[in-house]
Design a protein around this ligand. Structure first.
Ligand SMILES: NC(=O)c1ccc[n+]([C@@H]2O[C@H](COP(=O)([O-])OP(=O)(O)OC[C@H]3O[C@@H](n4cnc5c(N)ncnc54)[C@H](O)[C@@H]3O)[C@@H](O)[C@H]2O)c1
Length: 334
């Protein structure tokens, strides 16, 4: 059966299963006192479960989950021909995984494959433009028959035009949204069905700190990276509410700040120690670790995770005062 059809059947299954669910708010005939008692116990039960989750999270903060073995995994990485994609691909190959390298740039992709093969790793090159939905579904079929079922999908391909919003033309904005957002969606639609069938898999998305805070000269890019986080949050809810067992499918969102891959050409940083730029190899180490430990979301550098949460507690005007003081951002590329 074609993957596209499988994807539609999967989605129908979810809709139908949800339609079959009993409506829990149909309490018309229930006496009010019974209703009140039931809600009381539901609240107690909810608080207990929340407490357990908070304790589990605190425990995991102190004692992180062991990194998983990836020797049996088939890991597909988009944008594997350069930057963080290449670094992540070479690291997973070194750990013994089969790595499927996907890029629109055949030359860069071949270079990554050669690096992996020279180190005796297992790598498989595929040229594909993630904005082309048909090509993405054909890619999924080819990879499944030639390499096997992808168990870890890393949606990494992305671009970042950097200039004031009024200087972006229509084509630039559409291309940016197509690669950074739609590319993620096409890949998820093509590769999630097999993960659902096996209740096994891991989807990783490359968002950005620009997906957690607004930055000058990056209005469309920030929009696309907030969207990536939105997609991952909504997917988590959809999997959680799916009546099938989906516990075997993990999701991880990566939010780097500035990584020296050449994507950010004009960073301006006031306090170097506070907001340091990161080497692509160091970023890849943190990405691979986060995937192996099945973290929900990480920032790179990691301390930005908490400073960003703190930042969001301030009223909007307070946020602007902090932004002015920190004075960090990107200057236009052209
Ligand atoms: N570098 C940073 O500072 C930084 C910070 C935050 C987030 N990110 C995100 O991390 C990801 C990787 O960034 P990077 O700096 O390694 O980028 P990069 O430019 O070094 O590499 C991106 C790769 O994606 C490929 N690609 C572009 N369009 C494609 C398409 N349509 N189909 C398939 N492949 C395509 C490119 O050919 C390239 O090989 C991006 O999503 C980026 O937005 C980067």
């Amino acid at each position: 059966m074609k993957l596209q059809e499988k994807s539609q059947i999967n989605s129908q299954h979810t809709v139908q299963s949800h339609q079959r669910r009993p409506q829990s708010n149909n309490m018309a005939e229930e006496p009010q006192i019974i209703y009140a008692i039931r809600i009381f116990f539901e609240v107690i039960w909810m608080i207990l479960r929340l407490d357990v989750e908070i304790i589990k999270a605190l425990f995991r903060f102190v004692v992180p989950q062991d990194p998983k073995d990836v020797t049996e995994e088939i890991i597909l990485i988009t944008g594997a021909g350069h930057g963080m994609g290449r670094e992540v691909a070479t690291r997973f190959a070194r750990l013994g995984a089969k790595v499927v390298c996907v890029d629109v740039n055949a030359k860069g992709n071949e270079e990554t494959i050669n690096i992996i093969k020279q180190a005796k790793g297992k790598a498989f090159p595929y040229v594909c433009d993630v904005t082309d939905r048909k090509a993405v579904f054909e890619l999924a079929e080819k990879v499944e028959s030639e390499v096997g079922v992808v168990t870890i999908l890393i949606n990494n391909a992305g671009i970042m035009p950097c200039k004031p919003v009024l200087r972006h033309n229509e084509k630039e904005i559409r291309t940016l949204m197509d690669i950074n957002i739609n590319g993620n969606l096409w890949m998820i639609q093509a590769f999630l069905p097999a993960m659902l069938e096996n209740n096994y898999g891991h989807i990783v998305a490359m968002s950005s700190m620009a997906g957690k805070m607004g930055l000058r000269n990056l209005v469309p890019y920030c929009g696309s990276k907030y969207a990536v986080r939105g997609i991952m949050e909504a997917l988590a809810v959809e999997l959680h509410e799916d009546p099938r067992d989906t516990n075997g499918i993990k999701l991880t969102t990566i939010c780097p700040y500035i990584v020296n891959t050449g994507l950010c050409t004009n960073p301006r940083i006031r306090f170097q120690t506070l907001m340091k730029t990161v080497d692509p190899g160091d970023a890849a180490d943190q990405i691979v670790d986060a995937i192996r430990r099945e973290y929900h979301e990480i920032t790179i550098p990691s301390d930005l995770y908490y400073s960003n949460k703190l930042f969001n507690l301030f009223p909007p005007a307070g946020g602007k005062i902090l932004t002015d003081f920190i004075g960090t951002g990107l200057d236009p590329q052209d």
